[in-house]
Ligand binder design. Sequence first.
Ligand code: F6P
Length: 364
Amino acid sequence: MTQQIGILTSGGDSPGLNAAIRGVGKAALGHYQMHVIGFRDGFRGLMENRTMPLDGGQLSGILTVGGTILGTSRDKPHKMPVGGKILDMTDAIVGNYHDNRLDCLVCLGGGGTLKNALRLKKKGLNVITLPKTIDNDVWGTDITFGFDTALGIATEAIDRLHSTAHSHHRIIVVEIMGHRAGWLALGAGIAGGADVILIPEIPYDVNIVAEAIRERARGGKPFSIVAVAEGALSVQDVAALAPAKRKKKEDDTEADAAEIVYAGRTLKLAERLEKLTGLEARVTILGHLQRGGTPSAADRILATRLGTACADFIAKKKYGVMVAARGEDTVPVKLEDVGSKVKTVPPDHSWILSARRVGTNFGD
Ligand code: F6P
């Protein structure tokens, strides 16, 4: 019997999402003669039953397009703002899944999306996820699509900041996304030749960073590039965060107490470095620039590879898994095995060791 599949994109958008939708859709339609529909704006669209046909024409011309043709949202099935209240809309989602006679729901997203998909699996739905995020922090896959493109954008930004830092004898602190993982800042910092790289996995001491910058100045290089991950923390931040985290758990509020510690940290870091080194400091926050625009060739290939493998798994009724990249292979990883795990940078990762060998300072 013809299989009917639904596709949605959830969480922050990412270059390569359309390439992945196209990969799943074209393989499902053309190779397996399945029926395919899209749901708009993530789990919210599924809850509201807002569908979009994905029967061929919509899948053409999107390989190179950034963003997602389906739209996205950060809505969670079990905690959805509806009419001024936060409601558990899981039953409505399960109902729409059945009303649309779906055999499988494909969720393209990062760690949060995977957890939501797992909740739906536990409600008896057939789900498959594809690992998407510029943060590259999804456990169980070598890489996520979106990362390579964002890495290229952040690297180019560092390249450009180098010449202006050099001309003005300044410190430029460039903040790079990545949530609570350092992959993007580390990769772009290495590729762009940043003098200092600060990542969440290695708490830093601002005095050590300042001394590294002063040492460069003494050696005739009175400028420095500091690539800081948005989730990087100083040793003092880590200490301040511990009670904030505890408070959040006790109060069980929606407000993330940790944000108090994270807010404005890069600006404060630049101010401290200016004071400690006597060099002028400037801040560049790359922000959502890193998520926009056309996907790189590597992301197009990865998204196509994972998307088409997803259709293969559906054809074999291999549900309840994330389609993961492992070397040259594409493997199913049980959603339960991923759960809430996050892939952070191991402090002894080869990228870090290589960066240290070329003299990069990590503030430790
Ligand atoms: O997960 C992708 C990401 O871009 C993170 O790097 C960043 O912390 C977050 O999303 C920003 O989210 P939003 O687009 O909701 O501001």
